[in-house]
Design a protein around this ligand. Structure first.
Ligand code: BTN
Length: 330
């Protein structure tokens, strides 16, 4: 059962304008004095509340510290983050999202943590997730799609990240296939998509996004300085994490709804405008071989199309891309 306090914040968040003490007291089943006491408690927690005689109360601003309430404050989504679970510290938001999925939580459920103790990257790599420095978030989706389309969701997420980063910072991020977000050739964000599926239908997908936002150089391990970065390091500015999360959620919902309605074409186009090294020659490595090829773009199913030096074209579903002198790769 949700606490009175959370219900109070929820009502104030969802309604624009003032809510009278009487309305709040009726909706919450508590006295007007109790409503007033709750407001005082909220102020102690950093909420700025405006109380106007004969009009009522409204939240003017919410505290910097991330919480379920502050993220939902003013969040204009229809279904995304309808359920939001925030933790100060978890092993991995992916793990929690899988547990919630198995408990039957709905499409759009979001898990966010200030810090992850064993954040997971792709290919079983660890993902460093220091406290309060980035966005460590997993989204639970229940698309009615065949499993073969799941890679499209990863590419879709990459375009959402790139667009939000560009809108907010003015930087021009690039997406290294399939889903690394690079700024100035260094990785600033990554996506991990995990799926539970039956033969012809996805049961659920958990999309994890890790964005390095406010790490300083010393917060990033020395041995990966050459390939990893954060927004702060690129802009010399600190960024509001909450505001970023909200923009990501709104943009994700919009892009996803359009994808379900119209298909992959607009995502593909968008992806290619951010695509890293598209039209250029790189070194490609798969489990079987390594060769030089020009990246041509992505296929409607999310595969990467590349052309080797002999002119043969190939669709790749799993590969690493390298470039530069020493075969450097992010
Ligand atoms: C990668 O580029 O290798 C993917 C990184 C994904 C990291 C995110 S952070 C939130 C979510 N929880 C995890 O443990 N991993 C993903």
């Amino acid at each position: 059962m949700e606490s009175t306090r959370n219900r109070l914040i929820h009502i104030l968040n969802k309604n624009e304008g003032y809510q009278s003490g009487q309305e709040l007291s009726d909706q919450l089943g508590i006295s007007r004095t109790a409503v007033w006491k709750h407001m005082k408690e909220l102020e102690k927690d950093g909420y700025e509340i405006e109380a106007v005689q004969r009009k009522g109360y409204r939240i003017v601003s919410s505290p910097d510290k991330i919480s379920e309430n502050t993220i939902q404050w003013g969040l204009k989504t229809k279904w995304m983050a309808g359920q939001l679970h925030h933790f100060e510290e978890v092993s991995s938001t992916q793990e929690i999202a899988h547990q919630l999925a198995k408990q039957g939580k709905p499409h759009g459920t979001v898990v966010i943590a200030d810090q992850q103790l064993s954040g997971k990257g792709r290919m079983e790599r660890p993902w460093d997730s220091p406290k309060g420095k980035g966005i460590w978030m997993s989204m639970l989706l229940r698309p009615k799609l065949p499993p073969i389309q799941a890679p499209q969701l990863t590419l879709l997420t990459a375009t959402v990240l790139a667009e939000v980063i560009e809108q907010k910072t003015g930087l021009k991020p690039q997406i290294k296939w399939p889903n690394d977000i690079l700024i100035q050739h260094k990785k600033m964000a990554g996506i991990l998509t995990e799926m539970q599926a039956e033969q012809d239908q996805i049961q659920y997908v958990v999309i994890g996004t890790g964005l390095n936002i406010n790490q300083k150089a010393e917060d990033i391990a020395q041995e990966i300085h050459y390939k990893a970065t954060s927004l702060l390091m690129e802009t010399q500015e600190e960024w509001g994490i909450q505001d970023f999360i909200q923009s990501l959620l709104v943009q994700f919902e919009e892009t996803y709804d359009r994808y379900i309605e119209e298909g992959f074409q607009h995502v593909k186009q968008k992806w290619e405008t951010y695509g890293y090294k598209i039209g250029e020659e790189v070194e490609i490595t798969t489990l079987r071989k390594s060769w030089k090829a020009t990246l041509l773009g992505i296929e409607p199913d999310g595969a990467l199309r590349a052309r080797d030096r002999e002119g043969n074209e190939e669709k790749l579903y799993s590969a690493e891309i390298h470039w530069g002198e020493g075969g450097y790769h992010a």
